[in-house]
Design a binder for this molecule. Structure first.
Ligand code: G1P
Length: 303
């Protein structure tokens, strides 16, 4: 690892791949992108953008595909609506609509062809240029208190290497994820020695799974360009990271809770419940409602 005293460039840019089809959410995702699923009163993509902004990101490139124009509309101005709301004295609602445009500089580019997550990130090369940047998967929500992206950026500032978010999963589930072989460094950090995309549990080097947040040095773009299609015939970011490991040190930032994969129905429902409970305006009422439902269904309270 590089030493902590070297000045690092700030991490200003984020890339959010949001080009996937969302087949696990059909029929909803037939006409509406899965990133627009509502969690309480905001679409999933807004939570992801707000997480990036909270971590200090100023410039966001969202990678989209055909039929995802509504993502652009969500972060655009809508003067007719803003004016109508103002005219009716609904100042707070007007601000909610208007503020989406100034959250960050938000740009959009289309992937063109669905060639995999690695390819989607590669599309960002010109926009990102020669800077470190973060990647946030567009359907993974992280609870703000988990502080994962901020922790990753701090780790980069201190050590200067790429960082990926990792969480332990039951061994039988590892085949749904990228998997890291790593050694403990302390302070939530691990030193990664190998990465494999979606290994069978019998051959997986660990149960440490990659969880939708990455911080890359710009060197990753050369690796992506040199990466051949892997699992599922797609260009996998995990494969590009595995070759990057031969040139650069890479850290894992481990965490244990606060991640919701809203592309999966069960996790989406969990996100809605947890986010509603955390809302000061809705939480108390919703907690009572959940209590009533639990009592009616004969569910005992958990810890
Ligand atoms: C992608 C990545 C995988 C990662 C996962 C996290 O897989 O390829 O390495 O663990 O996201 O959600 P996908 O979920 O798109 O199949």
């Amino acid at each position: 690892m590089t030493d902590a005293t070297t000045a690092r460039p700030p991490v200003r840019k984020a890339v959010i791949p949001a080009a996937g089809l969302g087949t696990r959410f059909l029929p909803f995702s037939k006409a509406v992108p899965k990133e627009m699923l509502p969690v309480v009163d905001r679409p999933v993509i807004q939570y992801v953008v707000e997480e990036a902004v909270d971590a200090g990101i100023e410039d966001i490139l969202i990678i989209t595909s055909r039929h995802k124009k509504v993502l652009e509309d969500h972060f655009d101005r809508l003067p007719e609506l803003e004016d109508q709301l103002e005219a009716k004295g609904k100042t707070e609602e007007a601000a909610t609509v208007r503020d989406l445009f100034s959250l960050a500089q938000i740009h959009f580019v289309r992937q063109g062809e669905a060639l995999g997550l690695g390819h989607a990130i590669g599309v960002a090369r010109n926009h990102v240029g020669d800077e470190p940047f973060v990647v946030l998967l567009g359907d993974d929500i992280m609870a703000p208190e988990a502080g994962v992206l901020k922790g990753m950026i701090d780790a980069y500032q201190q050590h200067g290497s790429s960082v990926v978010a990792l969480m332990e999963v039951p061994k039988q589930d590892i085949s749904a994820y990228g998997c890291a072989a790593a050694t403990e460094l302390g302070d939530r950090l691990v030193q990664i020695s190998d990465l494999v995309e979606k290994p069978a549990p019998e051959v997986a080097p660990s149960n440490l799974a990659i969880m939708g947040r990455y911080l890359f040095t710009p060197t990753i773009f050369d690796e992506i360009e040199a990466t051949a299609p892997g699992v599922g015939g797609e260009i996998q970011i995990t494969d590009a990271m595995a070759t990057l490991l031969q040139r650069e040190s890479m850290l894992g930032y481990t965490f244990t809770e606060g991640r919701f994969d809203t592309g999966k129905k069960g996790d989406y429902l969990r996100a809605v419940v947890e986010m509603a409970l955390a809302r000061p305006d809705l939480g108390p009422e919703f907690r009572t409602l959940l209590g009533e439902i639990a009592a009616r269904e004969g569910l005992s309270g958990g810890s």
